[in-house]
Design a protein around this ligand. Sequence first.
Ligand code: NDP
Ligand code: 2IT
Length: 444
Amino acid sequence: MSYVDEVIELVEKKNASEPEFLQAVKEVLNSLRVVIEADEEKYRKEALLERICEPERQIKFRVPWVDDKGQVQVNTGYRIQFNSAIGPYKGGLRLHPSVNTGIIKFLGFEQIFKNSLTGLPIGGGKGGSDFDPKGKSDREVMAFCQSFMTELCKHIGADTDVPAGDIGTGAREIGYMFGQYKRIKGVYEGVLTGKGLTYGGSLARTEATGYGLLYITEEMMKCHGDTMEGKTVVVSGAGNVAIYAIQKAHQMGAKVVTCSDSTGWVYDPDGIDVELLKEIKEVKRARLTEYVAARPSAQYHEGRGVWQVKCDIALPCATQNELLIDDAKLLVANGCKAVCEGANMPTTIEATEYLQANGVLFICGKAANAGGVATSALEMSQNSERLSWTFEEVDSKLKQIMVNIYHNIDDAAKKYGLEGNYVAGANIAGFLKVAEAMEAQGVC
Ligand code: NDP
Ligand code: 2IT
Protein backbone atom coordinates (compact mmCIF):
# COMPACT_ATOMS: atom_id res chain seq x y z
CA MET A 1 0.00 0.00 0.00
CA SER A 2 1.27 3.50 -0.73
CA TYR A 3 2.34 5.64 2.21
CA VAL A 4 -0.48 8.14 1.54
CA ASP A 5 -3.07 5.33 1.66
CA GLU A 6 -1.55 3.91 4.84
CA VAL A 7 -1.88 7.27 6.57
CA ILE A 8 -5.41 7.89 5.30
CA GLU A 9 -6.40 4.48 6.71
CA LEU A 10 -4.76 5.26 10.03
CA VAL A 11 -6.39 8.68 10.30
CA GLU A 12 -9.78 7.14 9.46
CA LYS A 13 -9.34 4.56 12.20
CA LYS A 14 -8.25 7.07 14.83
CA ASN A 15 -10.85 9.73 14.00
CA ALA A 16 -13.87 7.73 12.85
CA SER A 17 -16.36 10.06 14.53
CA GLU A 18 -14.98 13.24 12.95
CA PRO A 19 -16.28 13.38 9.34
CA GLU A 20 -15.23 16.98 8.61
CA PHE A 21 -11.69 16.31 9.82
CA LEU A 22 -11.47 13.18 7.67
CA GLN A 23 -12.77 15.11 4.67
CA ALA A 24 -10.11 17.81 5.09
CA VAL A 25 -7.31 15.27 5.59
CA LYS A 26 -8.34 13.17 2.57
CA GLU A 27 -8.49 16.21 0.30
CA VAL A 28 -5.01 17.30 1.32
CA LEU A 29 -3.31 13.90 1.37
CA ASN A 30 -4.79 12.80 -1.94
CA SER A 31 -3.42 15.87 -3.66
CA LEU A 32 0.00 15.39 -2.04
CA ARG A 33 0.48 11.98 -3.69
CA VAL A 34 2.65 13.41 -6.46
CA VAL A 35 4.99 14.96 -3.89
CA ILE A 36 5.08 12.06 -1.44
CA GLU A 37 5.46 9.34 -4.04
CA ALA A 38 8.55 11.04 -5.44
CA ASP A 39 10.31 10.45 -2.09
CA GLU A 40 8.10 7.94 -0.31
CA GLU A 41 10.66 6.16 1.86
CA LYS A 42 12.01 9.38 3.31
CA TYR A 43 8.55 10.65 4.27
CA ARG A 44 7.52 7.26 5.67
CA LYS A 45 10.64 6.97 7.81
CA GLU A 46 10.11 10.47 9.17
CA ALA A 47 6.38 9.69 9.75
CA LEU A 48 5.85 13.17 8.40
CA LEU A 49 2.23 12.65 7.38
CA GLU A 50 1.29 10.98 10.68
CA ARG A 51 2.84 13.94 12.50
CA ILE A 52 1.13 16.57 10.36
CA CYS A 53 -2.28 14.90 10.92
CA GLU A 54 -1.89 14.77 14.71
CA PRO A 55 -2.41 18.03 16.61
CA GLU A 56 0.51 19.07 18.80
CA ARG A 57 -1.96 19.79 21.59
CA GLN A 58 -5.74 19.80 22.15
CA ILE A 59 -7.31 21.75 24.97
CA LYS A 60 -10.95 21.18 25.93
CA PHE A 61 -12.50 22.98 28.87
CA ARG A 62 -15.64 23.88 30.78
CA VAL A 63 -17.10 27.37 30.25
CA PRO A 64 -19.68 28.19 32.94
CA TRP A 65 -21.49 31.55 32.81
CA VAL A 66 -24.63 33.14 34.24
CA ASP A 67 -27.50 34.14 31.93
CA ASP A 68 -29.81 37.16 32.38
CA LYS A 69 -32.28 35.11 34.45
CA GLY A 70 -29.58 34.16 36.94
CA GLN A 71 -29.36 30.63 35.58
CA VAL A 72 -25.91 29.04 35.27
CA GLN A 73 -25.17 27.80 31.73
CA VAL A 74 -22.34 25.48 30.75
CA ASN A 75 -20.59 25.33 27.37
CA THR A 76 -17.53 23.48 26.10
CA GLY A 77 -14.46 25.43 25.01
CA TYR A 78 -11.76 24.21 22.60
CA ARG A 79 -8.34 25.27 21.41
CA ILE A 80 -6.45 22.95 19.10
CA GLN A 81 -2.80 23.89 18.65
CA PHE A 82 -2.16 21.92 15.49
CA ASN A 83 1.25 22.81 14.12
CA SER A 84 3.90 25.33 15.18
CA ALA A 85 6.62 24.46 12.65
CA ILE A 86 6.62 27.86 10.94
CA GLY A 87 5.35 30.17 13.70
CA PRO A 88 3.11 30.58 16.74
CA TYR A 89 -0.30 28.90 16.41
CA LYS A 90 -2.71 31.23 14.61
CA GLY A 91 -6.36 30.81 13.76
CA GLY A 92 -9.83 31.92 14.71
CA LEU A 93 -12.37 31.06 17.40
CA ARG A 94 -15.72 29.75 16.20
CA LEU A 95 -18.80 30.28 18.36
CA HIS A 96 -21.64 28.15 16.97
CA PRO A 97 -23.83 25.38 18.45
CA SER A 98 -22.43 22.89 15.90
CA VAL A 99 -18.87 23.20 17.25
CA ASN A 100 -17.22 19.95 18.39
CA THR A 101 -13.72 18.48 18.38
CA GLY A 102 -13.96 17.30 14.75
CA ILE A 103 -15.02 20.71 13.44
CA ILE A 104 -12.21 22.51 15.27
CA LYS A 105 -9.73 19.87 14.11
CA PHE A 106 -10.70 20.25 10.45
CA LEU A 107 -10.40 24.01 10.72
CA GLY A 108 -7.05 23.77 12.53
CA PHE A 109 -5.72 21.34 9.94
CA GLU A 110 -6.73 23.63 7.04
CA GLN A 111 -5.15 26.54 8.86
CA ILE A 112 -1.68 24.93 8.78
CA PHE A 113 -1.54 25.03 4.96
CA LYS A 114 -3.42 28.32 4.60
CA ASN A 115 -1.06 30.11 6.98
CA SER A 116 1.92 28.65 5.15
CA LEU A 117 0.54 30.00 1.84
CA THR A 118 0.44 33.56 3.22
CA GLY A 119 4.25 33.54 3.28
CA LEU A 120 4.15 34.89 6.85
CA PRO A 121 5.50 33.18 9.99
CA ILE A 122 2.32 31.71 11.49
CA GLY A 123 1.54 28.14 12.53
CA GLY A 124 -1.90 26.51 12.51
CA GLY A 125 -4.51 26.48 15.28
CA LYS A 126 -8.22 26.89 15.83
CA GLY A 127 -10.65 27.08 18.72
CA GLY A 128 -14.13 27.98 19.77
CA SER A 129 -17.16 26.79 21.65
CA ASP A 130 -20.66 25.39 21.17
CA PHE A 131 -21.95 28.67 22.66
CA ASP A 132 -24.55 30.33 20.42
CA PRO A 133 -24.26 34.13 20.48
CA LYS A 134 -27.58 34.46 18.61
CA GLY A 135 -30.34 36.01 20.68
CA LYS A 136 -28.04 36.62 23.68
CA SER A 137 -27.79 40.02 25.33
CA ASP A 138 -24.48 41.89 25.28
CA ARG A 139 -24.10 41.10 28.97
CA GLU A 140 -24.56 37.39 28.36
CA VAL A 141 -22.03 37.44 25.52
CA MET A 142 -19.59 39.26 27.81
CA ALA A 143 -20.15 36.75 30.62
CA PHE A 144 -19.44 33.89 28.25
CA CYS A 145 -16.35 35.55 26.71
CA GLN A 146 -14.88 36.36 30.12
CA SER A 147 -15.36 32.81 31.34
CA PHE A 148 -13.97 31.38 28.09
CA MET A 149 -10.85 33.55 28.35
CA THR A 150 -10.37 32.80 32.05
CA GLU A 151 -9.35 29.29 31.00
CA LEU A 152 -7.96 29.99 27.51
CA CYS A 153 -5.50 32.63 28.79
CA LYS A 154 -3.43 29.86 30.39
CA HIS A 155 -2.60 28.50 26.95
CA ILE A 156 -2.14 31.50 24.62
CA GLY A 157 0.17 34.52 24.26
CA ALA A 158 1.55 36.91 21.64
CA ASP A 159 4.48 34.54 20.92
CA THR A 160 2.72 31.20 21.48
CA ASP A 161 -0.84 31.22 20.16
CA VAL A 162 -2.83 34.15 18.78
CA PRO A 163 -6.59 33.53 18.27
CA ALA A 164 -8.94 35.73 16.20
CA GLY A 165 -12.51 35.79 14.88
CA ASP A 166 -14.47 33.21 12.90
CA ILE A 167 -18.19 32.37 12.69
CA GLY A 168 -19.95 34.03 15.63
CA THR A 169 -16.81 35.81 16.84
CA GLY A 170 -16.50 39.42 15.70
CA ALA A 171 -15.17 42.67 17.13
CA ARG A 172 -17.53 42.59 20.14
CA GLU A 173 -16.41 39.13 21.30
CA ILE A 174 -12.71 39.84 20.62
CA GLY A 175 -13.00 43.01 22.74
CA TYR A 176 -14.48 41.20 25.75
CA MET A 177 -11.88 38.45 25.46
CA PHE A 178 -8.98 40.89 25.15
CA GLY A 179 -10.15 42.78 28.24
CA GLN A 180 -10.28 39.60 30.30
CA TYR A 181 -6.85 38.40 29.10
CA LYS A 182 -5.27 41.74 30.05
CA ARG A 183 -6.98 41.70 33.42
CA ILE A 184 -5.85 38.21 34.38
CA LYS A 185 -2.37 38.21 32.87
CA GLY A 186 -1.57 41.88 33.50
CA VAL A 187 0.06 42.12 30.07
CA TYR A 188 -0.89 44.38 27.19
CA GLU A 189 0.15 42.38 24.17
CA GLY A 190 -1.11 41.33 20.75
CA VAL A 191 -2.60 38.09 22.00
CA LEU A 192 -5.66 38.35 19.76
CA THR A 193 -6.20 39.82 16.30
CA GLY A 194 -9.29 41.43 14.90
CA LYS A 195 -9.11 43.89 17.80
CA GLY A 196 -10.86 47.27 17.76
CA LEU A 197 -8.90 50.17 16.27
CA THR A 198 -8.61 51.97 19.64
CA TYR A 199 -6.72 49.09 21.29
CA GLY A 200 -4.30 47.63 18.79
CA GLY A 201 -6.46 46.47 15.91
CA SER A 202 -5.35 46.86 12.31
CA LEU A 203 -7.11 48.93 9.69
CA ALA A 204 -8.47 46.67 6.92
CA ARG A 205 -8.64 43.52 9.09
CA THR A 206 -12.45 43.70 9.10
CA GLU A 207 -12.52 43.83 5.30
CA ALA A 208 -9.52 41.55 4.71
CA THR A 209 -11.04 38.11 4.09
CA GLY A 210 -13.70 39.34 1.67
CA TYR A 211 -11.38 41.79 -0.08
CA GLY A 212 -8.63 39.16 -0.31
CA LEU A 213 -11.10 36.71 -1.86
CA LEU A 214 -11.84 39.21 -4.62
CA TYR A 215 -8.16 40.09 -5.13
CA ILE A 216 -7.28 36.45 -5.81
CA THR A 217 -10.39 35.92 -7.94
CA GLU A 218 -9.54 38.98 -10.01
CA GLU A 219 -5.93 37.82 -10.49
CA MET A 220 -7.11 34.40 -11.63
CA MET A 221 -9.57 35.99 -14.09
CA LYS A 222 -6.83 38.29 -15.37
CA CYS A 223 -4.52 35.34 -15.99
CA HIS A 224 -7.32 33.74 -18.00
CA GLY A 225 -7.77 36.86 -20.12
CA ASP A 226 -10.89 38.08 -18.32
CA THR A 227 -11.91 40.73 -15.76
CA MET A 228 -14.49 41.16 -12.99
CA GLU A 229 -16.18 44.00 -14.86
CA GLY A 230 -19.82 43.24 -15.67
CA LYS A 231 -19.79 39.76 -14.10
CA THR A 232 -22.82 38.41 -12.24
CA VAL A 233 -21.75 36.99 -8.89
CA VAL A 234 -23.59 34.74 -6.47
CA VAL A 235 -22.52 34.90 -2.80
CA SER A 236 -23.71 32.78 0.12
CA GLY A 237 -23.54 33.98 3.71
CA ALA A 238 -24.23 37.43 5.13
CA GLY A 239 -21.49 37.68 7.72
CA ASN A 240 -18.03 39.22 7.84
CA VAL A 241 -16.61 37.41 4.82
CA ALA A 242 -19.71 37.73 2.62
CA ILE A 243 -20.30 41.45 3.31
CA TYR A 244 -16.81 42.58 2.32
CA ALA A 245 -16.65 40.17 -0.61
CA ILE A 246 -19.83 41.81 -1.94
CA GLN A 247 -18.44 45.29 -1.34
CA LYS A 248 -15.18 44.61 -3.18
CA ALA A 249 -16.92 42.78 -6.05
CA HIS A 250 -19.06 45.88 -6.60
CA GLN A 251 -15.99 48.14 -6.49
CA MET A 252 -14.52 45.96 -9.24
CA GLY A 253 -17.58 46.49 -11.45
CA ALA A 254 -19.28 43.13 -10.88
CA LYS A 255 -22.86 42.70 -9.64
CA VAL A 256 -23.61 40.44 -6.67
CA VAL A 257 -27.22 39.31 -6.76
CA THR A 258 -27.55 37.01 -3.72
CA CYS A 259 -26.65 36.55 -0.07
CA SER A 260 -27.94 34.13 2.58
CA ASP A 261 -28.05 33.32 6.26
CA SER A 262 -28.92 30.15 8.14
CA THR A 263 -32.66 30.63 7.63
CA GLY A 264 -33.02 31.90 4.08
CA TRP A 265 -31.61 33.76 1.09
CA VAL A 266 -32.10 36.93 -0.86
CA TYR A 267 -32.15 37.47 -4.62
CA ASP A 268 -31.71 41.11 -5.55
CA PRO A 269 -31.56 41.58 -9.34
CA ASP A 270 -30.39 45.18 -8.88
CA GLY A 271 -27.35 44.06 -6.88
CA ILE A 272 -27.13 43.61 -3.10
CA ASP A 273 -27.22 46.90 -1.19
CA VAL A 274 -24.16 46.46 1.04
CA GLU A 275 -24.88 49.41 3.33
CA LEU A 276 -28.34 48.00 4.04
CA LEU A 277 -26.89 44.52 4.62
CA LYS A 278 -24.28 45.93 7.02
CA GLU A 279 -26.96 47.81 8.96
CA ILE A 280 -29.07 44.61 9.29
CA LYS A 281 -26.23 42.21 10.14
CA GLU A 282 -23.53 44.30 11.85
CA VAL A 283 -25.70 46.81 13.73
CA LYS A 284 -29.14 45.26 14.31
CA ARG A 285 -27.96 41.60 14.25
CA ALA A 286 -31.27 40.83 12.54
CA ARG A 287 -32.53 38.30 9.95
CA LEU A 288 -32.42 38.73 6.17
CA THR A 289 -36.21 39.12 6.04
CA GLU A 290 -35.49 42.76 7.00
CA TYR A 291 -33.60 43.20 3.74
CA VAL A 292 -36.62 42.65 1.54
CA ALA A 293 -38.77 44.75 3.83
CA ALA A 294 -36.47 47.68 2.97
CA ARG A 295 -35.92 46.75 -0.68
CA PRO A 296 -39.09 45.75 -2.52
CA SER A 297 -37.20 44.83 -5.73
CA ALA A 298 -35.57 41.90 -3.90
CA GLN A 299 -37.04 38.46 -3.15
CA TYR A 300 -36.62 36.43 0.06
CA HIS A 301 -36.76 32.62 0.05
CA GLU A 302 -36.74 30.29 3.05
CA GLY A 303 -34.06 27.61 3.21
CA ARG A 304 -31.04 27.28 0.91
CA GLY A 305 -30.92 27.97 -2.82
CA VAL A 306 -28.42 30.62 -3.97
CA TRP A 307 -26.61 28.19 -6.31
CA GLN A 308 -29.64 27.91 -8.59
CA VAL A 309 -29.23 31.56 -9.61
CA LYS A 310 -27.48 32.00 -12.98
CA CYS A 311 -24.03 33.51 -12.52
CA ASP A 312 -20.51 33.87 -13.92
CA ILE A 313 -18.80 33.52 -10.54
CA ALA A 314 -19.88 31.80 -7.30
CA LEU A 315 -18.37 32.70 -3.92
CA PRO A 316 -19.46 30.44 -1.02
CA CYS A 317 -18.88 32.52 2.13
CA ALA A 318 -21.03 30.90 4.86
CA THR A 319 -19.87 27.55 6.22
CA GLN A 320 -18.54 24.04 5.49
CA ASN A 321 -20.30 21.69 3.06
CA GLU A 322 -22.80 24.26 1.80
CA LEU A 323 -22.12 23.62 -1.91
CA LEU A 324 -23.12 20.05 -2.75
CA ILE A 325 -22.97 17.96 -5.90
CA ASP A 326 -26.44 19.00 -7.10
CA ASP A 327 -25.49 22.65 -6.58
CA ALA A 328 -22.31 22.10 -8.63
CA LYS A 329 -24.42 20.61 -11.44
CA LEU A 330 -26.72 23.64 -11.41
CA LEU A 331 -23.77 26.03 -11.50
CA VAL A 332 -22.21 24.23 -14.46
CA ALA A 333 -25.54 23.98 -16.31
CA ASN A 334 -26.01 27.74 -15.83
CA GLY A 335 -22.59 28.57 -17.29
CA CYS A 336 -20.67 29.47 -14.11
CA LYS A 337 -16.98 30.02 -14.93
CA ALA A 338 -15.35 30.28 -11.52
CA VAL A 339 -15.88 29.23 -7.90
CA CYS A 340 -13.65 30.70 -5.18
CA GLU A 341 -14.18 29.72 -1.56
CA GLY A 342 -14.52 32.49 1.04
CA ALA A 343 -15.59 30.00 3.69
CA ASN A 344 -13.55 27.04 4.96
CA MET A 345 -14.32 23.83 3.02
CA PRO A 346 -17.76 25.00 1.77
CA THR A 347 -17.64 22.67 -1.25
CA THR A 348 -17.82 18.91 -0.80
CA ILE A 349 -15.09 16.79 -2.43
CA GLU A 350 -17.62 15.38 -4.92
CA ALA A 351 -18.83 18.86 -5.91
CA THR A 352 -15.24 20.15 -6.21
CA GLU A 353 -14.30 17.30 -8.53
CA TYR A 354 -17.40 17.87 -10.64
CA LEU A 355 -16.65 21.58 -11.03
CA GLN A 356 -13.02 20.91 -11.96
CA ALA A 357 -13.96 18.16 -14.41
CA ASN A 358 -16.34 20.58 -16.12
CA GLY A 359 -13.78 23.31 -16.62
CA VAL A 360 -14.84 25.62 -13.79
CA LEU A 361 -11.87 27.55 -12.33
CA PHE A 362 -11.83 26.60 -8.66
CA ILE A 363 -9.75 28.07 -5.82
CA CYS A 364 -10.11 26.36 -2.45
CA GLY A 365 -10.55 28.22 0.82
CA LYS A 366 -7.07 27.69 2.16
CA ALA A 367 -5.81 29.90 -0.67
CA ALA A 368 -8.83 32.07 -1.44
CA ASN A 369 -9.72 33.12 2.11
CA ALA A 370 -6.14 33.46 3.38
CA GLY A 371 -6.41 37.26 3.29
CA GLY A 372 -8.04 37.28 6.73
CA VAL A 373 -5.30 35.47 8.56
CA ALA A 374 -2.62 37.22 6.49
CA THR A 375 -3.93 40.57 7.69
CA SER A 376 -4.07 39.17 11.21
CA ALA A 377 -0.34 38.49 10.84
CA LEU A 378 0.08 42.11 9.70
CA GLU A 379 -1.79 43.15 12.87
CA MET A 380 0.71 41.10 14.88
CA SER A 381 3.59 42.91 13.13
CA GLN A 382 2.08 46.31 13.95
CA ASN A 383 1.54 45.28 17.58
CA SER A 384 5.16 44.11 17.85
CA GLU A 385 6.57 47.37 16.55
CA ARG A 386 3.91 49.37 18.43
CA LEU A 387 2.89 51.23 15.29
CA SER A 388 -0.27 51.44 13.18
CA TRP A 389 -0.17 51.38 9.42
CA THR A 390 -2.62 53.25 7.19
CA PHE A 391 -5.55 51.50 5.52
CA GLU A 392 -3.85 51.88 2.14
CA GLU A 393 -0.61 50.33 3.42
CA VAL A 394 -2.34 47.26 4.86
CA ASP A 395 -4.68 46.89 1.89
CA SER A 396 -1.83 47.05 -0.63
CA LYS A 397 0.13 44.43 1.31
CA LEU A 398 -2.99 42.24 1.42
CA LYS A 399 -3.45 42.58 -2.32
CA GLN A 400 0.17 41.66 -2.99
CA ILE A 401 -0.11 38.62 -0.70
CA MET A 402 -3.22 37.38 -2.56
CA VAL A 403 -1.59 37.89 -5.96
CA ASN A 404 1.48 35.99 -4.73
CA ILE A 405 -0.70 33.15 -3.43
CA TYR A 406 -2.37 32.82 -6.81
CA HIS A 407 0.97 32.56 -8.62
CA ASN A 408 2.45 30.20 -6.02
CA ILE A 409 -0.43 27.75 -6.26
CA ASP A 410 -0.54 28.06 -10.05
CA ASP A 411 3.23 27.39 -10.28
CA ALA A 412 3.07 24.46 -7.86
CA ALA A 413 0.27 22.85 -9.88
CA LYS A 414 2.24 23.30 -13.11
CA LYS A 415 5.45 21.98 -11.58
CA TYR A 416 3.74 18.71 -10.66
CA GLY A 417 1.94 18.31 -14.00
CA LEU A 418 -1.44 19.40 -12.63
CA GLU A 419 -1.88 22.69 -14.46
CA GLY A 420 -5.07 24.52 -13.50
CA ASN A 421 -5.70 22.34 -10.44
CA TYR A 422 -5.45 25.05 -7.80
CA VAL A 423 -6.59 22.69 -5.04
CA ALA A 424 -3.55 20.49 -5.61
CA GLY A 425 -1.37 23.58 -6.09
CA ALA A 426 -2.50 25.07 -2.76
CA ASN A 427 -2.06 21.84 -0.82
CA ILE A 428 1.36 21.17 -2.31
CA ALA A 429 2.73 24.71 -1.93
CA GLY A 430 1.37 24.98 1.63
CA PHE A 431 2.71 21.55 2.59
CA LEU A 432 6.25 21.90 1.22
CA LYS A 433 7.18 24.84 3.45
CA VAL A 434 5.75 23.25 6.59
CA ALA A 435 7.36 19.88 5.80
CA GLU A 436 10.77 21.47 5.29
CA ALA A 437 10.48 23.36 8.59
CA MET A 438 9.41 20.19 10.42
CA GLU A 439 12.31 18.22 8.96
CA ALA A 440 14.80 20.95 9.92
CA GLN A 441 13.53 20.93 13.51
CA GLY A 442 14.01 17.20 14.04
CA VAL A 443 11.56 14.74 15.56
CA CYS A 444 9.05 16.90 17.41
P1 NDP B 1 -20.04 35.22 10.42
O1 NDP B 1 -20.46 34.64 11.69
O2 NDP B 1 -19.73 36.67 10.34
O3 NDP B 1 -21.07 34.89 9.26
C1 NDP B 1 -21.40 33.59 8.92
C2 NDP B 1 -22.52 33.63 7.91
O4 NDP B 1 -22.77 32.32 7.44
C3 NDP B 1 -23.83 34.12 8.48
O5 NDP B 1 -24.57 34.74 7.48
C4 NDP B 1 -24.50 32.83 8.94
O6 NDP B 1 -25.90 32.91 9.04
C5 NDP B 1 -24.07 31.88 7.85
N1 NDP B 1 -23.96 30.53 8.42
C6 NDP B 1 -23.17 30.15 9.42
N2 NDP B 1 -23.36 28.85 9.74
C7 NDP B 1 -24.30 28.43 8.90
C8 NDP B 1 -24.90 27.19 8.72
N3 NDP B 1 -24.58 26.13 9.48
N4 NDP B 1 -25.81 27.10 7.74
C9 NDP B 1 -26.12 28.17 6.97
N5 NDP B 1 -25.57 29.38 7.11
C10 NDP B 1 -24.67 29.52 8.05
O7 NDP B 1 -18.74 34.37 9.98
P2 NDP B 1 -17.63 34.72 8.92
O8 NDP B 1 -18.19 35.50 7.80
O9 NDP B 1 -16.46 35.25 9.66
O10 NDP B 1 -17.21 33.27 8.42
C11 NDP B 1 -17.82 32.65 7.27
C12 NDP B 1 -16.91 31.55 6.77
O11 NDP B 1 -15.63 32.10 6.41
C13 NDP B 1 -16.58 30.43 7.77
O12 NDP B 1 -16.40 29.22 7.07
C14 NDP B 1 -15.24 30.88 8.35
O13 NDP B 1 -14.53 29.79 8.88
C15 NDP B 1 -14.59 31.43 7.11
N6 NDP B 1 -13.50 32.37 7.29
C16 NDP B 1 -13.62 33.48 8.06
C17 NDP B 1 -12.57 34.36 8.18
C18 NDP B 1 -12.68 35.62 8.95
O14 NDP B 1 -11.71 36.39 8.94
N7 NDP B 1 -13.78 35.92 9.59
C19 NDP B 1 -11.28 34.11 7.51
C20 NDP B 1 -11.28 32.96 6.66
C21 NDP B 1 -12.35 32.13 6.59
P3 NDP B 1 -26.56 33.13 10.48
O15 NDP B 1 -26.17 34.50 10.90
O16 NDP B 1 -28.01 32.95 10.26
O17 NDP B 1 -25.98 32.07 11.36
O1 2IT C 1 -10.33 30.75 8.98
C1 2IT C 1 -9.58 31.74 9.16
O2 2IT C 1 -8.53 31.88 8.52
C2 2IT C 1 -9.98 32.73 10.15
N1 2IT C 1 -11.03 32.59 10.77
C3 2IT C 1 -9.08 33.89 10.45
C4 2IT C 1 -8.00 33.48 11.41
C5 2IT C 1 -7.13 34.61 11.91
O3 2IT C 1 -6.28 34.29 12.76
O4 2IT C 1 -7.27 35.75 11.50
